[in-house]
Design a protein around this ligand. Structure first.
Ligand code: GTP
Ligand code: MG
Length: 242
């Protein structure tokens, strides 16, 4: 039986509340308002995933679905330097696909399934999971159709994570809904988009928000394994840190 692994986020505090990091064979979601560090956590993890197990890595390659054009190889190089990894090699181990629309995003999973057969991949980043679904199905009457397409995408994604022992980390946007604060305690009504379909697919959900000054706060929401705790982190040139 395949054994699941944990991949470090780059922040010891955040790793601690996640009981070691984000897990392979499952889907994790990080969501929050703009500039709180979702994309930066993904960049940091894309380097961490390549590191030896004793450094919080999974000794694996990384696949990245970029829906907003926010992948930055120069950030990878900076983060690699922090961990003493050759920057060029770190970038070579990340296979980036730019997805153009939600249908293309679904089709990319075929390419990934093919690549994952090598057994070398341990992390798949999707930044961000909902952006293209929201653009492609923006009409009021298209919600049901969107959720159905989303459901198909996520079902396939979960199967890939499990079959190939890959950690899926997807970012998501928030929708501000004061009425939701009663349902999502301590989230001030910030809830992820994607509704029940997405909520059902993500095993671990982490809400990010801005803290004091440069500080950012991550909170685990609704996890079956981890208690709802908070951790603070900062964004440095070397990626996510304490
Ligand atoms: P959206 O995608 O817009 O929703 O935001 P996000 O949550 O993905 O935010 P992102 O991860 O892009 O984080 C942006 C923050 O990271 C900003 O506050 C930047 O100042 C910081 N940041 C980005 N690059 C660097 C860098 O090279 N060095 C440092 N120290 N901070 C950086
Ligand atoms: Mg981003």
């Amino acid at each position: 039986r395949k054994q699941c692994m944990k991949i470090s986020t780059g922040s010891k505090q955040l790793d601690t509340i996640l009981l070691g990091g984000f897990e392979t064979m499952s889907i994790s979601e990080i969501y929050g308002e703009f500039r709180c560090g979702k994309t930066q956590i993904c960049h940091t993890m894309a380097v961490m995933a390549q590191l030896p197990r004793e450094m919080g890595g999974a000794e694996g390659k990384v696949a990245w679905i970029d829906t907003e054009g926010t992948f930055r190889p120069e950030r990878i190089a900076q983060i690699a330097e922090r961990f003493g990894v050759d920057p060029e090699q770190a970038c070579d181990n990340i296979c980036v696909s730019r997805s153009l629309n939600s249908e293309h995003q679904y089709e990319l999973l075929d390419v990934l399934a093919f690549n994952f057969c090598s057994g070398e991949y341990r992390l798949l980043v999707i930044d961000s999971v909902m952006a293209l679904f929201r653009t492609d199905y923006s009409g009021r009457g298209e919600l049901a159709e969107r959720q159905q397409a989303l459901g198909q995408f996520l079902k396939r994604l979960a199967a890939l994570a499990e079959e190939f022992n890959v950690c899926v980390v997807m970012t998501n946007q928030v929708q501000s809904d004061p009425g939701a604060s009663a349902l999502f305690s301590g989230t001030d009504g910030r809830k992820p988009v994607g509704g029940h379909v997405l909520a059902h697919a993500s095993t671990t959900r982490v809400l990010l928000r801005k803290g004091r000054g440069e500080e950012r706060v991550a909170k685990i929401i609704d996890s079956p394994n981890c208690p709802e705790r908070e951790a603070t982190y900062i964004i440095t040139n070397g990626g996510i840190s304490d």
